[in-house]
Ligand binder design. Structure first.
Ligand code: HEM
Length: 281
């Protein structure tokens, strides 16, 4: 489990996307780091790419680690890895033996290890879920040896990426953008601290590290509504802009920070600039 937490974000598969998507990704914060990771992981010369080994499903299924099989391979999004060195996981009797000799990309995300779940089709999964597959790819690129490509859903008979793979890659890009947006939102509106007790009722309050977001401002608690939805959460809102900000210097914006954001609502009965609010509603 700990191992899973350590899996670093690296869109190793995106090297297959081609330069046009690379340009889009350049606009996403953090992409530079990811890109360098990709080059390290899979940087291959054109010649190497041309001689990539192609396997069909029948051949891959021979690499199931059973007695007499030529080894243990698994495929993820059509990239085939030699996982022989992880025999204790993937060999007969291993907890993840079901991944051997096949492409069960979907199960890496869903955790559905039934025969119905152990399939390569990832359609219908969210961009965030599909992005997590890139973390698995990064893991396999780092810990195991890439041996080739599986001809089928993700690679054509000539080893070219299929439409299905391009769609997966687009979903990964979307997942990366959504993740970056969520992170930016969290920095701007960090979650409040909260507590509840039978005697005192509820309280929400802000601090310089509430929500796990380290910052040099405390903020005031507000309900943040999702546009078009009644769901809300407590966030800390800056009540003034940092004096060093350019906006402040040019005096183009008011000194109310984010307080006037239309998706925010004050807590009933709580003074507007209080850092802590007792919940009455
Ligand atoms: C979507 C769900 C999951 C998937 C796809 C998954 C997949 C895997 C895979 C492929 C490995 C082998 C990694 C390697 O090659 O070194 C592994 C190892 C392991 N997994 Fe999971 N796993 C899942 C959930 C869990 C959960 C819920 C637990 C525990 C509560 C868990 C505990 C472990 C442990 C202890 C190892 C061995 C780590 C080691 O020895 O290095 N896994 N997992």
């Amino acid at each position: 489990m700990i191992r899973h937490l350590l899996l670093v974000l690296c869109l190793a598969v995106a090297v297959l996307i081609g330069p046009e998507i690379g340009n889009v990704l350049d606009l996403i914060p953090g992409w530079d780091m990811v890109k360098s990771c990709i080059i390290t992981d899979t940087g291959q010369s054109d010649a190497a790419r041309d001689t990539v080994r192609l396997l069909d499903l029948q051949e891959l299924s021979r690499y199931n680690g059973q007695q007499g099989s030529p080894g243990v391979y698994l495929s993820i999004l059509g990239q085939v890895f030699d996982v022989g060195k992880g025999h204790k996981h993937y060999g007969p009797g291993g907890s993840y033996h079901f991944f051997a000799g096949r492409d069960a990309s979907r199960a890496f995300v869903t955790g559905d290890f039934t025969e119905a779940g152990l399939v390569d089709d990832v359609s219908g999964l969210s961009p965030g879920q599909i992005l997590s597959l890139s973390e698995w790819l990064s893991f396999y690129n780092k810990d195991y040896v890439l041996v080739g490509r599986l001809v089928g859903r993700y690679y054509s008979e000539t080893g070219e990426p299929t439409e299905a793979l391009k769609q997966v890659e687009s979903a990964m890009v979307e997942g990366l953008e959504l993740r970056a947006q969520a992170e930016a939102d969290k920095q701007r509106f960090p979650p409040c601290n909260s507590e509840w007790s039978a005697g005192k009722g509820g309280r929400v309050w802000c601090s310089t590290q509430s929500g796990g977001v380290q910052r040099d401002w405390v903020g005031v608690p507000r309900k943040l509504f999702k546009p078009g939805s009644s769901s809300q959460r407590c966030v800390c809102v800056q009540s003034s802009r940092p004096t060093s900000s350019q906006a402040q210097a040019s005096q183009q914006l008011s000194d109310r920070g984010d307080l006037d954001n239309p998706n925010l609502q004050e807590y009933q009965g709580c003074p507007s600039l209080a850092e802590s609010c007792l919940l009455t509603d």
